[in-house]
Design a protein around this ligand. Structure first.
Ligand SMILES: NC(=O)c1ccc[n+]([C@@H]2O[C@H](COP(=O)([O-])OP(=O)(O)OC[C@H]3O[C@@H](n4cnc5c(N)ncnc54)[C@H](OP(=O)(O)O)[C@@H]3O)[C@@H](O)[C@H]2O)c1
Length: 249
């Protein structure tokens, strides 16, 4: 297996197709609302680090898990990261390892710090940016000229885009599913607001002692600490992938 091959959805190495199929069965919108279904997916070390240091990109998972992640991307309507991840890793957020459709990239970026060198601007599907209403107007115009669509939304009191309004807006735009890939601040915000329906967490057998998947203790911001229910586990290459749904009670 090489990570430069392109895999079909039913030939993901190590049995990843079964996992992706399982995730796809849980992608219906939330009953009674038009809120998109949210999957949070990230790769971590055994000690719960998602990077060695903030701002330093690092490939944590192995080939089979990376291919599975690209397949996950292709079954979601959209893929979301925070501007911290864009500035740190310059991700393309595409599905180059599998034969599937590229999801719509969405960036949470209150202050429109999105860089013009981003690999996403070279993709067929130009990114959407969720920014604060107060964001710089001329910067917005320049980004729109580059093909970016900017959504101006209210901010949270502590900073960042208000996720409640954001989710409603995405639902109105016809987005049925969002794959949230990070980083830590964004994962923590989605957990704190409970806008998450399932998790796919890849655990790679290495120690990093680095930047953690959650950027603050959840007991300070969430009424209850969530556990995972309906948990399934799969070994993909040397990695272990855990899938489950949050149990808020
Ligand atoms: N291992 C993995 O799977 C994985 C995946 C992704 C990222 N990473 C790593 O994660 C690190 C980056 O994570 P990070 O925590 O620094 O940044 P991040 O979560 O990617 O982005 C955080 C930024 O997003 C903006 N934002 C806007 N609305 C927000 C909201 N409601 N909630 C949270 N953020 C909001 C904020 O900037 P403004 O105030 O300017 O809007 C905030 O500072 C990098 O080291 C990267 O390599 C790892």
């Amino acid at each position: 297996m090489t990570s430069t091959s392109v895999y079909s959805m039913d030939s993901i190495p190590g049995g990843g197709s079964v996992l992706v199929e399982h995730v796809s069965t849980k992608l219906s919108r939330n009953p009674g609302t038009n809120r998109p279904a949210v999957t949070i997916s990230y790769a971590q070390s055994i000690d719960g680090s998602i990077s060695a240091r903030a701002g330093r990109p690092l490939a944590i998972s192995g080939d089979a898990s990376r291919i599975m992640t690209h397949a996950l991307r292709s079954i979601h309507d959209s893929i979301l990261v925070g501007i911290g991840t864009v500035l740190s890793d310059d991700p393309a957020l595409d599905v180059r390892l599998v034969s599937g459709k590229n999801p719509q990239p969405i960036i949470l970026d209150s202050r429109l710090r999105f860089p013009f060198y981003s690999r996403m601007l070279a993709n067929g599907v130009k990114p959407w940016i969720a920014a604060a209403r107060e964001a710089d107007g001329s910067r917005r115009q320049m980004l729109e000229k580059a093909g970016v669509r900017v959504f101006l939304l209210p901010s949270c009191p502590g900073g960042g885009v208000d996720l409640d309004t954001f989710m409603k807006r995405m639902g109105d735009m016809g987005v049925r599913s969002i794959l949230v890939e990070g980083g830590a601040q964004v994962i923590t915000s989605f957990l704190a607001t409970r806008f998450v329906d399932q998790f796919v967490i890849t655990i790679a057998p290495l120690f990093l002692g680095g930047y953690r998947a959650l950027d603050r203790p959840l007991d300070q911001i969430a009424p209850r600490l969530p556990r995972l229910k309906n948990v399934s586990c799969q070994k993909l290459g040397a990695d272990v992938v855990i899938r489950g749904e949050p149990d808020w009670d």
